[in-house]
Write a protein that binds this ligand. Structure first.
Ligand SMILES: C[S@@+](CC[C@H](N)C(=O)[O-])C[C@H]1O[C@@H](n2cnc3c(N)ncnc32)[C@H](O)[C@@H]1O
Length: 280
């Protein structure tokens, strides 16, 4: 029997927009409700028992929402921003210029991210490079936001680096791409972790929040590896996810995930997954 959770009525929806006004200048790929969730997690929910880690910061949008909440709550500790901080011309055009950033030369977006995040610089640590090579220096993580699980092999490596530092009974992971049809391996990973995590909340468009229930051991990591899974394994995991996510009424999203697996046999890289059929 699922216990009621403090995430059930999506309390981040009630965040006063005036409190987050300062982050509007920082462009983000997050949907509006996801942005509120990120701010609420650090301003209202977290207790300051560990650091905040943002895996996939891009130009700073998600990190800004986390850092603004962290600052308003007066937490010590740090917000860690991981990314390689590069962007191709098309991404710059769609995600930066169309959102108010002045055009600039080259793929390097690190100076831009630093400047956009300057209001919270005292609490942000930048980790620049390939996330799977950078690793985590150690220390408890209370909020872990994940937006870079685009390839199964790299996701396994990132998971092994960060998840053992979660605090059982306290830490949350925010799987930002969980419900996106192009990354079905995230659902499979969470099925593999079994009762180490409990799904506690959902924020449209794609985010599912999990509370860490048990220490993440080497055995748990091994059971949750995704790079070795077959398409049949992925389909089975989506089927199991239907039960665990039933309270969030997301069956139609899982239908799309199943179609994505069937239409893309053996593909394990998000940007190589092709949607066939109606516009997605
Ligand atoms: C969807 S974007 C993140 C969007 C961001 N959270 C926001 O609020 O706008 C994913 C980011 O992950 C980064 N990324 C993906 N895989 C990576 C890897 N293996 N190493 C470093 N960065 C990676 C990309 O550079 C990209 O900026």
């Amino acid at each position: 029997m699922r216990q009621p959770s403090e995430f059930d009525d999506r309390p981040w929806q009630r965040v006063d927009p005036g409190r987050v006004a300062g982050v509007d200048a920082v462009p983000t790929m997050l949907a509006a409700e996801e942005q509120k969730l990120y701010f609420w997690l650090t301003s209202e929910w977290m207790q300051g028992r560990g650091d905040v880690v943002d895996v996939g910061c891009f130009a700073g949008g998600s990190t800004a929402r986390l850092a603004a909440g962290h600052a308003q709550a007066g937490h010590g500790g740090k917000v860690h921003a991981y990314d390689r901080f590069t962007a191709a011309a098309g991404v710059k055009r769609r995600q930066l210029y169309q959102k108010g950033i002045a055009p600039f030369d080259g793929p390097d977006i690190f100076p831009l991210a630093q400047s956009l995040l300057a209001p919270w610089a005292d609490r942000i640590d930048f980790h620049r490079g390939n996330i799977e090579d950078l690793g985590w220096p150690g220390g408890p993580i209370e909020v872990l936001t994940l937006d870079a699980s685009k390839k199964t092999d790299l996701t396994d490596r990132m998971t092994a680096d960060f998840f053992p530092s979660l605090i059982p009974g306290r830490s949350v992971i925010v799987q930002q791409d969980f419900l996106h049809w192009s990354q079905p391996w995230i659902a499979a990973q969470m099925v593999g972790f079994g009762d180490h995590f409990e799904p506690v909340g959902f924020a449209p468009n794609d985010t599912v929040i999990f509370l860490c229930r048990k220490p993440i051991t080497a055995e748990a990591l091994s059971a949750a590896r995704i790079d070795n899974l077959s398409d049949a394994d992925l389909l089975d995991a989506v089927s199991q996810t239907r039960q665990t996510l039933a309270p969030f009424s997301v069956a139609h999203r899982l239908d799309r995930m199943e179609k994505g697996i069937r239409d893309n046999p053996g593909v394990r890289i998000a940007w190589q997954m092709k949607w066939r059929g109606d516009k997605c």
